[in-house]
Design a protein around this ligand. Structure first.
Ligand code: ADP
Length: 240
């Protein structure tokens, strides 16, 4: 399978440093304190935030700060072969790394004994769901008015068909050489998530990291636009 041709064109027609289309809408659920819906290429993601509210059971409380509980879940119908419902090792790992990313940016000390629940539901999956999920959850947290040191967004880069590329598609993820998901806090510039699967030389890693950060910035603009739109509809007296 030729993942990228001699002219540098990828299977879906993208250039090496081109992202898939991303669309974000904030405030899509009425019962949640904050929510967002995001489409990223063939990924469809819903994020819902509840809290801060008293942590239960009580032994899970931390007297000094809020506990961030992030739950990433892939719907059974989100992939071609039906996925076995419920948590598995992969979803537990993704929940953990996303929770840790948010623990770094939420001002948890402002809410002792509280918990903040971040639910990420993958409705359709087509590679890059942890980045899509984290990006949607960040918008949902901002929509909930939860104080953070900055808005975070994620994007992966990697290597497929011998080329460093931005935002791996399904075939590139399955048959490519490396995947490097990255998340950035745009106010502080900090990297809050970085994972790597596969092999990259130092030079390729530097290039992939630069691509991923550029992708994060592109997505950040869309996050801000979605929140501005939400804010305008809140304050304009129209339908939320
Ligand atoms: P990410 O979604 O963050 O890229 P992975 O690299 O683990 O995480 O997964 C890559 C892709 O593989 C997913 O986006 C999804 O399209 C597919 N996938 C993951 N788990 C399953 C599964 N249980 N069944 C079918 N496809 C899956």
């Amino acid at each position: 399978m030729e993942l990228i041709n001699k002219k540098g064109v990828r299977m879906d027609g993208r250039k090496p440093d081109q992202m898939r289309d991303v669309r974000i809408e904030a405030g899509v659920l009425h019962r949640a304190d904050g929510s967002a819906y995001l489409e990223w290429g063939g990924n469809k993601v819903l994020a819902a935030v509840y809290g801060p509210r008293e942590a239960i059971p009580r032994h899970s409380q931390d007297a000094t700060k809020a506990v961030v509980k992030c739950r990433y879940n892939m719907a059974a119908f989100s992939v071609d072969d039906r996925k076995r419902p419920g948590p598995d090792r992969r979803s537990q790992e993704i929940s953990k790394v996303i929770s840790e990313a948010f623990e770094n940016v939420i001002l948890t000390e402002e809410f002792p004994r509280a918990q903040i629940d971040v639910n990420i539901e993958i409705l359709e999956a087509e590679a890059g769901t942890r980045c899509a999920g984290l990006t949607a959850a960040a918008v949902a947290l901002a929509d909930a008015g939860i104080p953070m040191t900055g808005l975070i967004s994620a994007c992966a880069a990697g290597k497929a068909g011998g080329h460093v590329i931005l935002d791996l598609g399904k075939a590139e993820d399955n048959y490519g050489e490396a995947d490097l998901p990255v998340a950035i806090n745009h106010q502080t510039g900090e990297v809050v998530l970085l994972q790597m699967d596969g092999d990259l030389s130092q030079k390729e890693f530097d290039q992939a990291l630069e691509y991923a950060i550029r992708g994060c910035k592109e997505v950040h603009e869309l996050q801000k636009a979605a929140l501005m739109k939400r804010y305008a509809s809140h304050n304009g007296g129209g339908e939320a």
